[in-house]
Write a protein that binds this ligand. Structure first.
Ligand code: ADP
Length: 458
């Protein structure tokens, strides 16, 4: 986990602002106490003019700078100098140098709250000037406080400066350490926040994973149920269509007998009825046949064998030879690959698609069928394109459903099973099938066969 620099800056700025506000407020109280101390000392030592002039003046300067330069930090440095001035003031009021260390320390310590070691500098400068002035006065014959003239030697001066500097150095160091400590605290707070977030995320991830697992289990269960009910349905379709063949054969055979023996006897109406009945039984025979074909797909494992697809297309054109010649159908077939597949099933796919291309044409149209193939990742994609009546987009999916027909039987004969069988075969081989079409212009059926399944050159 890495700490974001912007996040740290944001937090640090917030902490800095809080610290500044707190410190400024503290200084207001503290300066009031300093002012009052000056007045108390003035009362006791009768030093009103210095207390009001120097002390009051220092406070006025501090608050003026703070108010006038609100955007800058200068007032903090002024504050530091003001502490020095008050220290000098108190020494002057009390006439004693001993108290100096006490007040110097108090001022210096108070500045720590800003967490800036640099703030010790103005205080040090003021104190040094104060000493220098005292030393000068003492050495020019003035009697100062408890010191006799000439007593303030260079050595005394250096010792005082050194001792005061030690105070400022220690307090400066504390200010610096405090700042470092706060930065460390911010970093740790950010880290804690990130850790908490990470923990929450992993908790959520775990919950999602569990939910997904549950969903997967349910899905597997449903898929199994679906596969079972599909198998049952197919079994039912197979048995029903198989068993229906026998009574249908009987109906057809008696109708044929009836026609042979009584056709000339019945009137025109009766002949029509007979025709309808024979058409119906013929259509039903076709439906049962297609239904059986459909339920057979995938039930009986056809053996895989090398299939030269151009030969398959040639065979199919032979089957439709009569129709092709009559309607002058044009069939273009590109070079198709040899694939490893169940020959009967593959032939049926091409036969259904080519047959539909020839069938679903306007009567005046010359049908043109184009068969092509291209290779896409791991698959062959075959296309059977016609220039027929076309299909509306809303039926692109529905036409692959069992018994779905878009035209009447009288317009175009059929059972509505061809594409359902085709789709089932293609999907059983691991491929997909779909159609693209423009009404009145024609349709393209595209289907894929995986190379692995087909054992082609993959
Ligand atoms: P059938 O041809 O026996 O009706 P299919 O399953 O082969 O059954 O086709 C389903 C329906 O899809 C057809 O009834 C027809 O309306 C439509 N259809 C299929 N192929 C084409 C095509 N090439 N052009 C236009 N319509 C088609």
């Amino acid at each position: 986990m890495t700490e974001q620099p912007e996040q740290f800056e944001l937090q640090a700025t917030r902490y800095r602002e809080e610290t500044l506000k707190r410190s400024d407020r503290l200084m207001d109280y503290f300066l009031a106490c300093y002012g009052l101390t000056g007045l108390a000392l003035a009362f006791y030592y009768n030093t009103w003019s210095v207390a009001l002039g120097v002390g009051g003046g220092a406070l006025v300067v501090y608050y003026a700078v703070k108010a006038l330069m609100s955007g800058s930090n200068l007032y903090q440095y002024v504050l530091s100098a003001v502490f020095g001035i008050f220290t000098a003031l108190f020494i002057y009021q009390m006439h004693g140098l001993v108290e100096m260390y006490f007040f110097a320390f108090i001022g210096s310590a108070m500045l720590i709250t800003y967490q800036k070691w640099e703030l010790q500098i103005p205080l040090l400068v003021v104190m040094s000037i104060h000493y220098a002035v005292l030393a000068y006065l003492n050495n020019t014959g003035h009697s100062l406080y408890t010191a006799r003239p000439g007593q303030f030697t260079a050595q005394t001066f250096v010792i005082h400066i050194f001792l005061t500097m030690t105070i400022f150095f220690v307090c400066g160091l504390w200010a610096y350490q405090l700042k470092r400590f706060q930065e460390k605290l911010i970093r740790q707070t950010i880290l804690m926040g990130e850790l908490k977030q990470e923990a929450q995320l992993s908790q959520e991830r775990l919950q999602k994973k569990q939910a997904l697992q549950q969903l997967n289990e349910e899905l597997t269960l449903r898929a199994k149920e679906l596969a079972r009910s599909n198998a049952e349905l197919e079994q039912f379709a197979y048995v029903a269509s198989h068993d229906l063949q026998e009574p249908l054969r009987m109906v057809t055979s008696f109708l044929t007998q009836f026609k042979r023996k009584y056709y000339d006897v019945v009137d025109e109406k009766g002949k029509n009825y007979l025709r309808f009945a024979m058409d119906g039984s013929q259509h039903m025979k076709q439906i049962i046949h297609d239904l059986l074909e459909y339920s057979r797909v995938g039930r009986i494992e056809d053996k895989m064998e090398p299939v030269a697809l151009n030969e398959v297309v040639n065979d199919i054109t032979n089957i439709y030879r009569k129709e092709i010649q009559e309607k002058k159908v044009i069939i273009h077939c590109e070079d198709l690959p040899e694939i490893n597949a169940p020959k009967g099933a593959i032939r049926q796919v091409f036969q259904n698609l080519i047959g539909n291309g020839i069938k679903y044409q306007k009567p005046e149209n010359v049908a043109e069928i184009n068969i092509s193939c291209r290779e896409i990742v791991g698959h062959y994609e075959f296309s059977v394109k016609d220039n027929g009546i076309g299909i509306r987009p809303e039926y692109f999916e529905q036409i692959f459903i069992v018994f779905k027909r878009l035209n009447t039987k009288t317009q175009y004969p059929g059972t509505g099973m061809g594409l359902a069988i085709t789709k089932k075969i293609v999907e059983n081989l691991g491929g997909t099938i779909y159609v693209e079409s423009v009404m009145g212009k024609g349709s393209v059926f595209r289907f894929t066969i995986p190379k692995m399944t087909s054992g082609g050159d993959a």
